[in-house]
Design a protein around this ligand. Structure first.
Ligand code: UTP
Length: 292
């Protein structure tokens, strides 16, 4: 069966970005001039996804507005002849069919995914987290869908992380069975670095079989008191094979402050209109720091 639907959970509290996220969704923080969630939606579309459901929560209206028309703004830009900007403003509302569902309480990522079960029905689906922006020649999700089509099994997008970082991720245990492809034998959410079975970390991209919803329906809270998707995938692995795919591409972590700053700089450096000026600026900052 083809993977045509994707869930983007965006109902978390974004506590690592407070106070910025008190009244604004973390997913709307701009990376240069585009909200983080737009990068994710674009990856989904470029991977062949036809329908997206965004799981929202309290204070997330700005996400819906961003992917909707803005009549007054568009009219104003037309009157001023600013057609380039008009194009940019209209793009998000024309991209794809986006649906919304509310998670009434932020009970965890597993619960957020479960909230979208009626929209997904009985077909395989993708989950993309907004904390991870992946820049690659072939979109990360497309790479994973190709693997899904080969194996018809749930696939987790993974990359190697440093030992100090394992406690921030879901970690996969299992042997490599061919280039970049692992058979998942165990999964553990945010392990201590001494307990981590490997350095293979789940990076916010999943293709899942719908059986996961039956498991999530019964799932109790795990690490951090939240209903964890990792725990449900570990359970799914007891019924059917789950694989992990070490996708190609550079992954930027925009879910925490330092990662957000690095992502902004890296992606700005990839922009022709900003690159030279930014390089000069960064060089001058470094000089100033060195001098004193
Ligand atoms: P995170 O734990 O990274 O996001 O969840 P958060 O909770 O918003 O951020 P912090 O840790 O408080 O700073 C990963 C993804 O899962 C979503 C988040 O929106 C994020 O995209 N999520 C998390 C939900 O949709 N619902 C939840 O109950 C928890």
């Amino acid at each position: 069966m083809k993977v045509k639907k994707a869930i983007i959970p965006a109902a978390g509290l974004g506590t690592r970005f407070l106070p910025a996220t008190k009244a604004m969704p973390k997913e709307m923080l701009p990376i240069v001039d585009k909200p983080a969630i737009q990068y994710i939606v674009e990856e989904a579309i470029n991977s062949g996804i036809e329908d997206i459901i965004i799981v929202t929560g309290k204070g997330k209206r700005a996400i819906e507005d961003h992917f909707d028309h803005s009549f007054e703004l568009e009219q104003n830009l037309i009157e001023k002849g600013k057609y380039d900007l008009l194009d940019q403003v209209q793009k998000p509302s024309k991209m794809v069919d986006i649906h919304y569902i509310r998670q009434k309480e932020p009970k965890g990522l597993g619960h957020a995914v479960w909230c979208a079960r009626k929209f997904i029905g009985d077909e395989p689906f993708a989950v993309l987290l907004g904390d991870d922006i992946i820049i690659s020649e072939k979109p990360c999700l497309k790479q994973m869908i190709e693997q899904y089509e080969r194996y018809n099994a749930s696939i987790l997008g993974v990359q190697m992380v440093g030992t100090k970082e394992v406690s921030r991720y879901g970690i996969v245990d299992g042997p490599v069975i061919r280039d970049r492809f692992y058979n998942v034998e165990g999964l553990i959410e945010k392990p201590d670095k001494d307990e981590a079975p490997s350095n293979l970390a789940i990076m916010g991209r999943y293709i899942l079989n719908p059986k996961i919803f039956d498991i999530l329906a019964m799932q109790g809270p795990g690490s951090g008191g939240e209903i964890q998707l990792t725990d449900a995938v570990a359970k799914l692995n007891q019924y059917e094979a789950v694989y992990a795919y070490d996708f190609e591409g550079i992954r930027y972590d925009v879910g925490e402050k330092m990662g957000f700053i690095q992502t902004t700089i890296e992606l700005a450096l990839q922009r022709e209109d900003l690159k030279t000026e930014l390089m000069d600026y960064l060089a001058s900052v470094v000089d100033r720091q060195l001098i004193g």
